[in-house]
Write a protein that binds this ligand. Structure first.
Ligand SMILES: [Zn+2]
Length: 289
């Protein structure tokens, strides 16, 4: 599932193509993805005017027409954009046709779980988005994040993935962030100390920036950059997909488990670097010989 770094990579790929381009027209190939709007309404809103800006909030993409309307696209599980020809054209669900090369931008979605919504202006879109999404993970300050997390007794990992607490973090990056912060994924969020929140907040910034530089994670065939390339983060990360391999810090094999609240998605952590709830020391003291 695309998380903040993947969606940021999409937005960075779309900006040079879409921003300033005039929309010749729009094509809704699969109306199933539309929510509270129609193909006609989208075309009326965008055709004939330039696109002023492409933005991201959490895992959502916002395309702003200079005329005012905003298209909000949620890639969700398997959605993504292409500015090059798609190798599976039957998965194209929506297209912007533009007046400059490459002539069009496609939104593709294998499983059709993505959502497309139209708003009359940026203020209305922002207000609606704010009902579903908290502050973006790259913008939230430590105080606000700590106060939100400390009010939930849930394990820290699902709490970090709650888009109403902080927007943009999903299963892969939650594992990397908690490892970086040396916090066990099952510790109740409300029991964490100030230093844990500070470590988590700092780790969010570090991990997401490294992941954006690597153009995200291609953990299956669905996530590709707008050019059709794979993201490079899973070649340099520490936890996700590395079960049984040595922890980069202490050499202990990385554990893969299922935790409460995340039944279908695996969790990876280092059993030594990340103290379990109630576990006294995070370090294994070697026995004297
Ligand atoms: Zn370790």
């Amino acid at each position: 599932m695309p998380e903040l770094p993947e969606v940021e990579t999409m937005v960075r790929g779309l900006r040079p193509v879409l921003e300033g381009a005039t929309v010749r027209g729009t094509e809704v190939i699969d109306p199933f993805l539309l929510r509270d709007t129609t193909a006609e309404a989208i075309d009326l809103a965008f055709a004939g005017a330039p696109i002023s800006e492409v933005r991201r909030r959490g895992k959502w993409v916002l395309v702003l027409s200079k005329r005012g309307p905003v298209l909000v696209i949620e890639p969700r599980m398997t959605g993504g954009f292409r500015i090059v020809e798609h190798d599976r054209p039957d998965h194209i669900r929506f297209r912007f046709l533009i007046d400059r090369p490459p002539g069009g931008v496609s939104f593709c979605d294998t499983r059709r779980l993505g959502r497309i919504r139209l708003f009359p202006d940026f203020g209305t879109a922002s207000a609606k988005i704010a009902e579903s999404l908290a502050e973006d993970a790259l913008e939230i300050d430590c105080g606000l994040l700590s106060s939100r997390l400390s009010r939930t007794g849930r394990p820290i990992k699902p709490a970090l993935m709650d888009q109403k607490i902080v927007a943009g973090i999903g299963n892969i990056y939650a594992d990397e962030i908690l490892y970086e912060a040396r916090v066990h994924p099952e510790r109740p969020a409300s029991k964490l100390k100030k230093k844990d929140f500070e470590a988590i907040h700092a780790a969010i910034g570090r991990v997401l920036k490294v992941a954006i530089e690597a153009e995200g994670s291609s953990f299956d065939v669905d996530y590709r950059t707008v050019m059709g390339g794979e993201g490079g983060f899973l070649a340099i990360n520490a936890m996700y997909g590395h079960e049984g391999e040595p922890c980069p810090a202490c050499g202990t094999p990385v554990k893969k488990v299922r935790i409460a609240g995340l039944a279908n998605r695996p969790t990876h952590y280092c059993p030594v670097c990340q103290k379990a709830p109630g576990q006294k020391s995070g370090r294994v003291i070697p026995k004297p010989k």
